[in-house]
Design a protein around this ligand. Structure first.
Ligand code: A2P
Length: 316
């Protein structure tokens, strides 16, 4: 499988297992099945509410001895209520405890949005902290300290626009090593990819299959269903693959990492098998024409109040 390279020589397997929306009671088996069937990259986050169960799977598999901790790339993310510099390392230590690990391969600032420390999901304006109160550079410096202490090997961000990356570049001494963002044929974000490539920032594609299992309040009534797109279905048929496999292969061929979520054993296996397919120039051209800048994960449902708009999360 293709890997993403980091400056110190570390390599992250391009295809990983996503765990957002994976029910706690399902995720343990999903991670165990994935690791026992060739996955070497698991993507987690504190706010997914299932790191305990993911940790149980890690313990079982690593204790079993067939897969070694150092052969698996584990990513997790700092939630928005721990952005103050004194809160970052305690939040990271909780994640390490839940995951039953002594280091992470990659730790990301989950969103460029800060909440009061005791608020998981704000309901009122007062429950947000503005970026003047807790600048992203403050959170970022604490992430760098976590790296210095050896708690994480690499640090990065998620849901950052090129504008916010550029701000960090100017205000701090060290560029994020990763930006994890929503990416799929309906939201190709070529300019952001170009910026990241120019500045040595690796990119991970989340919601690569369109995240059809989001809760109803996160879905627009008229949203397009990526896995049922005619062009994707036609290309899938041509290669004797599934639409999901085409979407995963497309992400991999663009040079990004990609983290399809599944808790179904067959689909977990199928998604990793996507690396064995090839797409030709014509397939890539047809998929490139599907871009319509459509976000499934708008952020607004969770984060938008007067002081915090869709525009200033994504800078668009
Ligand atoms: P399930 O967990 O039952 O397999 P995303 O990664 O974009 O967030 O998408 C996750 C959604 O896609 C989940 O509903 C997941 O369901 C579904 N899914 C994962 N793999 C496949 C696949 N190979 N074919 C169809 N649906 C899939």
């Amino acid at each position: 499988m293709r890997t993403l390279k980091f400056k110190d020589g570390d390599q992250m397997p391009a295809v990983g297992l996503g765990t957002w929306k994976s029910e706690p009671k399902m995720v343990e088996n999903a991670v165990e099945h994935a690791l026992n069937n060739g996955y070497r990259h698991i993507d987690c986050a504190a706010i997914y509410g299932n790191e305990n169960e993911v940790g149980n799977a890690f313990k079982k598999v690593f204790d079993g001895g067939k897969v070694k901790r150092e052969d698996v790339w584990v990513t997790s993310k700092l939630w928005n209520n721990s952005h103050k510099k004194e809160d970052v390392i305690p939040a990271l230590k909780q994640t390490l405890k839940d995951l039953q690990l002594d280091y992470l391969d990659l730790y990301l600032i989950h969103w460029p949005v800060a909440f009061s420390p005791d608020v998981k999901f704000p309901e009122k304006d007062e429950e947000f902290l503005s970026l003047d109160e807790v600048p992203l550079s403050e959170t970022w410096e604490a992430m760098l300290e976590a790296k210095k202490q050896g708690l994480v090997k690499h640090v990065g961000v998620s849901n950052f626009s090129a504008t916010k990356l550029e701000q960090l570049r100017k205000e701090t001494t060290y560029m994020p090593e990763m930006n994890q963002v929503e990416l799929h044929p309906y939201l190709q974000q070529n300019n952001l990819l170009q910026y990241c490539s120019e500045h040595g920032v690796n990119v991970t594609a989340y919601s690569p299959l369109g995240s059809g299992d989001r809760t109803e309040d996160m879905k627009a009534d008229d949203e397009p269903i990526l896995l049922k797109n005619d062009v994707i279905e036609k290309i899938a048929k041509k290669h004797n693959a599934s639409p999901a496999q085409i979407l995963i292969k497309w992400a991999e061929l663009r040079g990004t990492a990609v983290i399809p979520k599944s808790t179904n054993e067959g689909r977990i296996e199928q998604n990793l098998q996507s690396v064995g397919y090839e797409l030709d120039k014509e397939d890539m051209k047809q998929i490139s024409e599907l871009d319509k800048h459509y976000r499934y994960v708008k952020g607004d449902a969770q984060f938008v109040t007067k002081g915090n708009s869709y525009e200033n999360i994504f800078d668009e």
